[in-house]
Design a protein around this ligand. Structure first.
Ligand code: DOR
Ligand code: ZN
Length: 346
């Protein structure tokens, strides 16, 4: 008997589309399966103002191939110079659905991010007033904090104080990678959500380092111990409204990954839905995949769920391309390391 699973069309609540030729290459990979995406603003230069967001939105729509539909949900990159009134205008216009906090130096193109969190308190105040969510890259950048501890330390030293100072601020903990992140997200009530990536449900730090260094598994926050991956799977497959899919699909060309100083990011747009179906089936939780990928995200952002659906069918393992081509160079598609039996059939 053929096994099929039909879900409301999923959305991606954390996505890197880049710009120019890379945007053209990766956008169809997401638009094929996903209805909407929260579009990360860490371009060079970053998407800081409402005008920047409007222009980037137009470039994304211009790059969308004929016959495909996709709704990019725009995000402003928070800097110490961000004007709370510009944020309010961007929100009122309906264009911008979140503001992104990068601690300066935490990850790719984060140099314009925040060094002194007190300086952005007026923006947080305005966002709390108008109900605009703050998406947070939750890692401290202090040189004396071990990279594997940076998320847990951020929760204690930065995130919790911000949330206490602004109790009505809606916050998304982006790409959580630890049991600490899961526990904190669960304790936060309905002003706190957390996205989980595809790759952090599948790899732990051994996958990056055992048997030779695997640059295509390197991302930030870096994958942690197995016990943390298990906690993430338990959270994602729980169906709890707090947890939803944000792939953090982040394309870099192979030369930029396979280098003495390789870029952080896993490119998962192409095969995420097949990977997730496999993970949820293994956890005996296929019935919770729709909540994670299609329902909990819109509920947090106060948006309707998609009208259309996506159908996955179980069969012989599906072969995805190992790379996609871009005019900037090839981009390796995430290899989950196990066969994918579920393919998107409608
Ligand atoms: O692995 C990552 N890649 N983590 C991030 O936070 C940024 C992203 C990118 O832009 O490449
Ligand atoms: Zn990201």
């Amino acid at each position: 008997m053929t096994q099929t699973l039909t879900l409301r069309r999923p959305d991606d609540w954390h996505l890197h589309l880049r710009d120019g030729e890379m945007l053209k290459a990766v956008l169809p990979e997401t638009a094929r399966h996903f209805g909407r995406g929260i579009i990360m603003p860490n371009l060079i230069p970053p998407v800081v103002t409402s005008e920047d967001a409007r222009a980037y939105h137009s470039r994304i729509m211009a790059a969308l191939p004929e016959g495909m539909t996709f709704d990019p949900l725009m995000v402003l990159y928070l800097t110490e110079g961000t004007d709370p009134e510009d944020v309010a205008r961007a929100h009122a216009s309906g264009l911008v659905k979140a503001v992104k906090l990068y601690p300066a130096g935490a990850t790719t193109n984060s140099n314009s991010g925040v060094r002194d969190f007190d300086k952005v308190a007026p923006v947080f105040e305005k966002m709390a007033d108008i109900g605009l969510p703050l998406c947070v890259h939750g890692e401290v950048t202090d040189a004396d904090i071990d990279i594997f501890d940076r998320e847990a330390v951020f929760i204690d030293r930065v995130l919790d104080p911000i949330r206490r100072a602004h109790p009505n601020l809606r916050v998304v903990m982006e790409h959580i990678t630890t049991k600490n992140g899961v526990d904190y997200a669960r304790s936060g009530g309905d002003t706190l959500g957390a996205t989980i990536t595809t790759h952090h449900l599948i790899i732990n730090r051994n996958h990056i380092l055992v048997g030779g260094i695997k640059p295509h598994y390197y991302c930030l926050p870096v994958a942690k111990r197995e016990e943390h991956r298990v906690a993430l799977v338990e959270a994602a497959t729980s169906g709890e409204a707090t947890f939803f899919l944000g792939t953090d699909s982040a394309p870099h060309t192979d030369p930029n990954k396979e280098s003495a100083c390789g870029c952080a990011g896993c490119f998962t747009a192409t095969n995420t839905m097949s990977c997730l179906a496999e993970v949820f089936e293994t956890a005996r939780a296929l019935d919770k995949l729709e909540a994670f990928a299609s329902l909990n995200g819109p509920a947090f952002y106060g948006l309707p769920v998609n009208d259309s659906t996506l159908t996955l069918t179980k069969g012989d393992p599906v072969a995805y391309p190992t790379h996609i081509d871009s005019a900037e160079g090839p981009v390796t598609v995430f290899d989950p390391g196990f066969p994918l039996h579920w393919s998107v059939t409608a």
